[in-house]
Design a protein around this ligand. Structure first.
Ligand code: HEC
Ligand code: HEC
Length: 484
């Protein structure tokens, strides 16, 4: 029933400027999956209700695109470069390899992570078609992450980038430690510019997305993903982009305006407004006590120095688009929309603080770390198996491939399998494979009595994606964490 309502909402022509849905040519007597498109101007003018926008975003996330929508990219690679027409319609390795975002992001429900079989061969899409190999020479194989709470993560990164840039601008040449939200980043400034940095790139823009920490916003990721996985081109990256020659049908599949700016806003807001993960405590008292003990140990072992239990947002509003978006991702803040992360969007929502902020219990510091070191020869190096830097700068004589952003753990009880490649089946093993900067903390875990180790794992398993509750966009002025 709910789904039918969603479809109807999206079918209703949205404002006078909504353009006619394109139809398939005479050769294909069928229709696109998307029965309409959204215009950013209508969203900005408030002509699209929040709940309507969220449902439109859901359709864009679960819809299994067909060629009438513009699925496929005969003349474009998965990184958005021109290629001679002839890219196969589907190829599991270098992509297009999926029919919808939901095809991978489905655990435990739409917007979540994925099984090992939903892995992506990151950067194979630049080579397409990959004919011979999915080995680590050609791609970094990664497991699907969930987007519950991603609006808060996007906003935290923005506030952190703003702080880091302001602090650096006031400093003289030399090496300094910048601190935002209690997280330290070391920078070297020379001639007034940041020339070296630790944990963040020298542009001081915190990039919280992609396990390598190389994507600025949910929107930037979304634009990439539509082209990469589905051959659906966002007009902000292609048709309206001077770098792409303002070409209207860049991928030469015969369909123009495959995804409007408004469509990408809807898909982004859908992800940003998904409920935040929470806690599911066991019923038995003894088990609850073990969880409490595990939580305390998590702090004592030093896990919380990277997996920060709470980061605080100064502002409760999620604003789309993100002003730090790079060229080719919509970033015109004069055409923005916003919503209150603590009062709108799917429940559960963030907890409010008295000073107008909100608490984000994501168990990350949004900083890149190196978990690799010279462990024994028989060590299984699950976290140290990549060969392509993928935007990560070389550091300390290392190629950069060792660095990953501290994994958010707020959904770890719902996100099996584990590790960036998804090749670890238990939480305990994922902890034991930490090395490098986490070596001391990992060794303390390994030295614990088995009951205490189990308590840590038990605590982590309570961190879960919760079922969605209540209506989206219905303002809720009661305490957001009261179970309302
Ligand atoms: C073939 C599987 C697959 C499909 C289809 C897919 N994704 Fe993903 N997604 C992934 C994987 C794998 C990652 C983790 C990438 C990494 O860390 O390198 C990811 C990560 C993300 C992230 C970043 C999450 C984070 O916290 O870093 C976002 C946002 C995202 N996907 C959005 C989308 C959207 C929107 C679509 C549809 C247009 C989509 N994805 C389609 C597999 C997929
Ligand atoms: C130096 C920072 C750091 C410390 C300290 C640290 N971690 Fe991590 N942790 C990370 C990073 C980075 C990853 C992502 C690794 C990857 O997939 O490449 C991670 C991943 C994980 C994962 C895998 C999650 C998943 O869904 O795949 C778990 C579980 C975890 N850490 C638990 C712990 C525990 C428990 C401790 C303390 C014993 C700890 N970590 C200490 C940085 C750290």
């Amino acid at each position: 029933m709910r789904r039918i309502v969603a479809v109807i909402l999206f079918c209703v022509p949205l404002g006078a400027q909504a353009h006619e849905p394109h139809v398939c040519g005479p050769g294909i007597p069928d229709a696109p999956v998307l029965s309409g498109h959204l215009e950013q101007a209508d969203i900005v003018a408030g002509a699209v209700e929040f709940a309507e926008l969220f449902e439109a975003g859901r359709e864009l996330f679960v819809g299994q695109f067909n060629v009438c929508d513009g699925q496929g990219r005969p003349a474009a690679t998965g990184t958005g470069e021109k290629r001679a027409p002839g890219q196969p319609a589907f190829i599991r390795t270098s992509s297009p390899e999926a029919n919808s975002c939901h095809g991978c992001h489905a655990q435990p429900r739409s917007g979540g992570g994925g099984d090992f079989v939903a892995n992506v061969f990151v950067l194979a899409q630049a080579l397409d078609p990959v004919t011979d190999s999915t080995s680590s020479e050609f791609s970094n194989e990664r497991n699907t992450l969930g987007m519950f709470g991603s609006g808060a993560i996007d906003m935290l990164a923005r506030e952190m980038s703003t702080d880091l840039r302001a602090q650096a601008a006031a400093l003289a040449d030399g090496t300094h430690t910048l601190t935002t939200k209690g997280v330290d980043f070391e920078v070297t400034i020379a001639g007034g510019a940041v020339v070296d940095s630790r944990g963040v790139d020298t542009d001081l823009v915190v990039k919280p997305f992609h396990q390598a920490g190389v994507v600025i916003s949910v929107r930037e990721f979304t634009v990439n993903a539509y082209n990469h996985h589905h051959g659906m081109q966002a007009e902000e990256r292609f048709d309206l982009n001077p770098d792409k020659g303002w070409e209207e049908d860049f991928d030469e599949d015969g369909v123009r305006r495959e995804l409007t700016v408004g469509d990408v806003t809807a898909a982004t807001v859908f992800q940003a407004a998904l409920g935040v993960p929470g806690r599911v405590l066991p019923r038995q008292r003894a088990a609850r006590e073990a969880v409490r003990k595990g939580e305390a140990l998590f702090g004592e072992l030093g896990c919380a120095s990277c997996h920060r239990p709470t980061l605080k947002l100064r502002s409760r509003r999620y604003v789309e688009p993100n002003p730090f978006n790079p060229p080719g991702t919509f970033n015109d803040t004069s055409q923005s929309m916003s919503f209150d992360l603590t009062r709108e969007g799917e429940r559960p929502r963030l907890e409010r603080t008295r000073d107008g902020g909100a608490l984000v219990r994501a168990y990350t510091d949004l900083r890149r770390h190196n978990l690799c070191d010279a462990a024994g020869p028989d060590a299984i190096r699950f976290f140290c198996n990549e060969e392509l830097p993928q935007g990560r700068p070389a550091q300390d004589g290392l190629p950069g491939t060792e660095f990953f952003i501290t994994r958010k753990l707020w959904d770890v009880g719902s996100s099996a399998p584990y590790g960036h490649r998804g090749d670890i089946t238990t939480i305990a093993e994922a902890i034991m494979y930490h090395g490098g900067e986490a070596r001391a903390s990992r060794d303390r875990f390994v030295d614990l009595p088995s009951e205490d180790q189990k308590a840590v794992v038990r605590f982590l398993k309570t961190l879960q994606v919760l079922p969605a509750r209540g209506g989206v966009g219905v303002r809720d002025d009661s305490d957001s964490d009261s179970g309302g």
